[in-house]
Design a protein around this ligand. Structure first.
Ligand SMILES: Nc1ncnc2c1ncn2[C@@H]1O[C@H](COP(=O)(O)OP(=O)(O)OP(=O)(O)O)[C@@H](O)[C@H]1O
Length: 365
């Protein structure tokens, strides 16, 4: 039974409305996120529904408002509930959706070796930790490293109906990769014009479970394959991974230009190896310089979504098949990915337009 008086309910709403967070461009009431407020047996029960993965924001909300709420309604405790009804957003070039997949995030880089796969895996896992259902498609034909990074290199997908491939479930997310289908050395035969059509086929013919976000590790570079793929894949938004070095930044600019040419929205730049953190003493050192990604973002009217450190732990955990985000969720690296994931999920929502007919309801906690 709801024992809140109208006055108390208004007070609760006011406190919720006043909460601000970097991921919110509208307050929670304007977003229609507060679905229920009830007081029973001294416990205030608040139920929210959000259109993008928001567990970090929810934690911040609890921290900032719990004491005020208890005081306002005379409750002993607050029971917090968050549900997700993650929005499906408009896809580039109005492509039809991939079965089961609400939103596709393409992780790209203008050149190889900047940490695109590292970013894909940790971003995917961090999006899951933010409350979303996540898949990863490894489209990096030049080096399909995702199976190894997820500790699933020995697994092989099955095809129960001889038409579709069942993705591999590892670390709580679903993945598919050319790396699962053939030995690493043979993957190179996928180069050339057949690569892009084969990759589109892999995307379409994977039996994805219901996913809020499918993160795609795109092949590095800005050549024909990348261009064709960007045109073929129903991308919601692309992110460009770069390092602070000038040369990598120049390649990032080419990447941004390529997406603009094929009308794929660029969510922003992710600066990898932004600062070196010494694993012995924790000292932070900007070995590749500072501010470059910010300058490019400003010039090309985009934004820096996150800055990830260069840290030996990141590489070691990936080599061991247990990415840092799951191996040590409280590590400062994992915190940086959590921040990145909540920013990516929020930006996707705020920059996109919702396709109402494709909304599905799902309870998470
Ligand atoms: N921030 C980081 N800190 C420490 N090691 C990193 C970091 N980012 C990437 N690495 C390591 O650098 C190597 C290359 O990274 P990764 O495979 O992610 O690059 P990539 O851009 O996907 O490469 P390619 O484009 O050639 O596929 C890997 O061994 C990875 O563990």
């Amino acid at each position: 039974m709801n024992q809140l008086t109208e006055q108390q309910l208004n007070k609760v709403k006011e406190i919720v409305q006043q909460f601000t967070h970097p991921t919110l461009q509208k307050d929670l009431l304007a977003l229609n996120a507060l679905k229920k407020a009830e007081l029973a047996g001294g416990i205030l029960r608040l139920e929210f529904t959000m259109p993008f993965a928001w567990n970090s924001g929810f934690d911040a909300l609890k921290q900032a408002t719990e004491e005020k709420l208890k005081l306002a309604v005379g409750a002993n405790a607050v029971k917090w509930v968050i549900n997700y009804q993650i929005a499906t957003l408009k896809r580039a070039n109005n492509h039809p959706a991939v079965n089961g997949v609400k939103n596709i995030i393409a992780v790209t880089s203008g050149k190889g070796g900047v940490g695109k796969s590292t970013t894909t895996v940790n971003l995917g896992l961090a999006l899951k930790a933010q409350g979303a259902r996540v898949g990863i498609l490894d489209a990096d034909i030049y080096g399909p490293s995702i199976p190894h990074m997820l500790g699933a290199a020995d697994q092989r997908p099955t095809s129960p109906d001889n038409k579709h491939i069942t993705p591999i479930e590892a670390q709580g997310i679903y993945s598919n990769s050319i790396g699962y289908l053939m030995e690493a050395d043979n993957a190179t035969i996928w180069r050339g014009p057949m690569a892009s059509s084969a990759l589109s086929q892999l995307l379409q013919e994977t039996w994805w479970p219901d996913l809020d976000y499918l993160v795609i590790d795109m092949p590095p570079g800005t050549g024909d394959i990348q261009l064709t793929l960007s045109q073929q894949i129903p991308v919601t938004g692309a992110v460009v991974v770069t390092t602070p070095q000038d040369i990598a930044l120049l390649d990032a600019i080419k990447g941004i230009a390529m997406f603009e040419r094929v009308s794929v929205p660029v969510l922003g730049i992710i600066e990898n190896m932004s600062v070196h953190i010494c694993s012995n003493c924790g000292h932070h050192e900007h070995i590749f310089g500072t501010g470059g990604a910010n300058r490019v973002a400003e010039k090309y009217k985009t934004q820096v979504l996150g800055q990830l450190p260069l840290h030996i732990r990141l590489r070691e955990d990936l080599d061991n098949g247990k990415p840092t985000v799951v191996a040590d969720p409280n590590h400062e690296i994992s915190q940086a990915y959590a921040e990145l994931a909540s920013k990516v999920a929020a930006e996707l929502y705020w920059q996109g337009s919702v396709i109402p007919s494709e909304i599905m309801i799902r309870e998470v906690k």
